[in-house]
Design a protein. Structure first.
Length: 308
């Protein structure tokens, strides 16, 4: 129990309007004290339950950036209830941006057909596909690819061949044909992520490992830096990510979206990878009670309630 004396914040001989402002100061003081107590008592490595962000902070949110597989999906599908949440968030004045390691081709389909989505940042931050009624060409976000200073496409193909030779049981990703900046190898037993990363380093490429794929990329961007570029240049110029953007993820390769202070709030659905199972991985600030699309629905409902 936290007890405060409202009288401490009363300024005598002032108008009622000024008194209300002082009571607002009282509320902020209580919230701050509660945060300090919670931080002291809650286990440091564990995200707080989903309902903990202050409603005032959530009410200011303009953009909801969410990973796709395992975050808005369940069993590989996006449920109608999640699509309805996308629309409700849009109708409340928020933009929904999906951030995925999937290909530009997948991103184009998501941006074209999903209701309420403003755009899709694909290939782990390298490519943006804005939503639109017609055909939309992918926008390359990484300037190094555009100006020719990034590793070549030939180096990318050679690296993929080297990984497949090193790991005979490995299989290339099924959507490599519609990728712009990277190539993937399906994740599986016997394929060492560190070994794949060392091969990628030899070709000057970056390597990101997720739940489904190992990504070999010409781009040095990641989900966070690609998202911020997409927002600033195309989707929501002038938006302050630290106060107006929340992120939602589920896996270790979403950890960059959980970086402290980068966004107004960072949420994980229930299956989000905790630091205890992935050393060095940043955990989200807040955790939904359910996993997949149901967990995303919990988070979206809090945002809608705060705006109401």
């Amino acid at each position: 129990m936290l007890v405060t004396d409202v009288g401490e914040f009363r300024v005598r001989n002032r108008s009622h309007a000024e008194l209300r402002l002082n009571l607002g100061t009282c509320v902020r003081h209580v919230e701050g004290a509660a945060d300090e107590i919670r931080a002291a008592l809650w286990p440091g490595a564990e995200p707080l339950p989903v309902w903990n962000p202050p409603a005032r902070k959530l009410a200011a949110v303009k953009v909801v950036a969410a990973a796709v597989e395992g975050t808005v999906t369940a069993g590989g599908q996006i449920a109608p209830s999640v699509l309805a949440m996308f629309e409700r968030l849009r109708d409340s004045g928020r933009q929904v941006v999906l951030v995925t390691g999937r290909s530009a081709g997948w991103g184009a389909a998501l941006a074209r057909y999903l209701p309420g989505v403003s755009g899709v940042v694909a290939e782990n931050g390298a490519v943006l596909i804005p939503a639109g009624a017609g055909e939309t060409a992918p926008v390359i976000l990484d300037e190094a690819i555009l100006d020719g200073s990034a590793p070549t496409a030939a180096a990318l193909e050679e690296c993929l061949a080297a990984v497949l030779e090193k790991y005979p049981d490995a299989r290339p990703g099924s959507d490599n044909y519609c990728r712009v900046s990277d190539r993937t190898v399906q994740a599986g037993d016997g394929i060492d992520p560190e070994g794949v990363r060392r091969i990628a380093d030899g070709y000057g490429l970056t390597c990101t490992s997720g739940t489904a794929h190992h990504h070999l990329s010409r781009s040095s961007l990641d989900k966070k830096t690609g998202l911020l570029l997409a927002l600033a240049r195309y989707l929501s110029p002038g938006t302050d990510a630290a106060t107006q953007v929340v992120t939602v993820g589920d896996a270790a390769n979403d950890a960059v979206l959980f970086e402290p202070g980068a966004f107004a709030a960072a949420f994980g659905v229930r299956c989000a990878v905790p630091p205890s199972t992935a050393p060095g991985t940043q955990a989200p600030q807040y955790m939904a009670l359910a996993d997949g699309g149901t967990g995303f629905g919990e988070i979206a409902a809090l945002l809608l309630q705060a705006r109401d």
